[in-house]
Write a protein that binds this ligand. Sequence first.
Ligand code: F6R
Length: 364
Amino acid sequence: GKGQHRHFMLKEIFEQPEVIGGTLKTMLNPAERTITLPYLPFDLAGIGRVRIIACGTSYYAAMVAKYWIEQLARVPVEVDIASEFRYRSPPLEQGGLAIFISQSGETADTLAALRHCRANGQHCLALVNVPESTIAREADGVLETLAGPEIGVASTKAFTTQLTVLACLAVALGRARGALDRAAEAEVCRALAEVPSRVADVLRDDSAIRAIAPSIAEARDVLYLGRGTGYPIALEGALKLKEVSYIHAEAYAAGELKHGPIALIDDSVPVIVICPSDHLYDKTASNVQEVVARGGRVIFLSDRHGIARLSAKVAATIELPEVASFVAPLLYAIPVQMLAYHVAVAKGTDVDQPRNLAKSVTVE
Ligand code: F6R
């Protein structure tokens, strides 16, 4: 049941410290600060190309993984939406690694993409939340998210546990490829080990998010901006808001703003900005300045330092714990989920069963 929570979505949001921790535990040795993946029927050292294929929220996890794997393992990663990949029939080099991310393990397009890759000489790795699912059964290897059953139609804990496994995979691939030394592995492991408690910190005080939800609930359109791994988190935030509150929301890579989307900015459009203190902070902060200068109502998500350094006059700030930038997407996923949830509650929509949506998309 939902326990003390009003909706499954909220219950599942609050389960994240525990399920991220449980998923990490299967791979991370916190004392040694090393990552060991479960057995895979191929050698990661021989993987020179990675493709990741998924739909919806799972696709956004794939996008985060592209940044992570390219950074830590220095292996080129291509990400694809399953429904595009399967009909494009792209040329595949023998022996590449193809990863299929699916909470349900039953998504029709992702399954079709897996079958195409298997028939074309790829090592196929499934990343699923349901180990007895079709995608898990048909893949060569399986990595499991231990999110537990996800009942709310809008994916929350499945997403952050997917990110958890993908972060570990990036480390393991980096080590196997010789791109990541022991010290660097230890540093990432330390940051990962902290994630469950930092996520719990975010959940402990959601007052800033609750405070802005009623004003967002009145908006017709909402924009989300982010850079680097903050970009897929912006996309995920926009998808969550659309799904549960039916408010039109779009996400853009912050650097794309002046290539078009800035024309949408006026004082009726809330702009949610994902902006942790990292090497991209200044770039995104300058986009915030541009939005504010055009009357945009910015809701700025950052850490204490990032908020203190910001000179633009924003409508609201949401402070997150300071963490290593590698794990920031795991943290910034939480407030965008919470915001979508509280806006939906303010609008009175059916949070757990949004109109027109099914939990598992087994038809194309
Ligand atoms: C969004 C959502 C969907 C799924 C998508 C893929 O909240 O839940 O976008 O992520 O339908 O589903 P799986 O991961 O089961 O393949």
